[in-house]
Design a protein around this ligand. Sequence first.
Ligand SMILES: NC(=O)c1ccc[n+]([C@@H]2O[C@H](COP(=O)([O-])OP(=O)(O)OC[C@H]3O[C@@H](n4cnc5c(N)ncnc54)[C@H](OP(=O)(O)O)[C@@H]3O)[C@@H](O)[C@H]2O)c1
Length: 292
Amino acid sequence: MPILALGTAGSKDDISRMRQAVYWAIEAGYRHIDTAELYRDEEEVGLGIADAIKKGLVTREELFVTTKLWNNHHARSAVIPALQESLKRLGLNYVDLYLVHSPIAVKDDGTAEDIDYSETWRGMEDAKKRGLAKSIGVSNFNSEQIARIIKECEVKPAVNQIEVNPTLSQEPLVAYCRSVEVAVMSYSPFGFMVSRRKHDSSPPRFDDPELTKIAQKYGKNTSQIVLRYLIDRGTTPIPKSTNKDRIIQNIDIFDFSLTDEEIATIKKFNKNTRVLDLIEWKDHAYYPFNKP
Ligand SMILES: NC(=O)c1ccc[n+]([C@@H]2O[C@H](COP(=O)([O-])OP(=O)(O)OC[C@H]3O[C@@H](n4cnc5c(N)ncnc54)[C@H](OP(=O)(O)O)[C@@H]3O)[C@@H](O)[C@H]2O)c1
């Protein structure tokens, strides 16, 4: 799996810019694109990929495309049809990685549904067996939920995609995933350094003095330092941008690496605060964020 992915979740305006953003990203060297049914941009992502292939920038085989099963298709029998719909929108025959977006099953109206995520996982295994997804994984699962899947199911999750950034270092969960060889993808890599619906004023900001000092040492900016921090911790960050300059900046991080001391400095910003807390489902039987 390429260790940096373009994130594509965004506003309505972002969706309209996503075809171009994906093309710029591939042009800049990204080989991994992260989308989801939830983001309503699979069509634009697929068009950006098709443009890049048509222009001869890459072949399909050189790309790694990740998409996700939304929470209202958790019944085993619903997984393959949901993936087939995603593939139709993407204009692809297969995805490289298909993730269960969260362990929380809901009905179409968003209210809780009583479907065990291990049943959903059987559907994911079916999709892999059919060749519709080369690999399968999970997102927003805690360590107990992953342990249960590993114990009960046939195919181990390849990935757990979770929020990791300076104010949410997730050290226990990242360590657990490493111990069972489940790769971690880090979403919302900039955490509260960028403006969010929910506000948190904890440091760092992009002009943070400690990050700036590290950035100056390497001739980089602080956003690049944060992405490198996530890579040097062995995770795959997924920065989202629809801005050409920032798309280019965000991949220009492979000519340096941080020292253990610098990684420790950034880890100190941890406050265990989440950009995405799924709080509307906090009473759901499988709400994942009560435990590491
Ligand atoms: N599995 C899940 O449940 C889950 C949840 C959330 C996110 N994700 C995935 O992870 C991706 C990233 O997460 P995210 O979108 O929440 O947050 P993010 O990538 O941490 O932040 C995106 C924001 O940062 C800005 N930005 C990008 N590069 C920048 C730079 N170099 N300097 C300053 N600002 C910069 C972007 O604006 P511009 O576009 O204007 O550059 C955008 O406003 C998503 O797009 C999605 O693919 C997955």
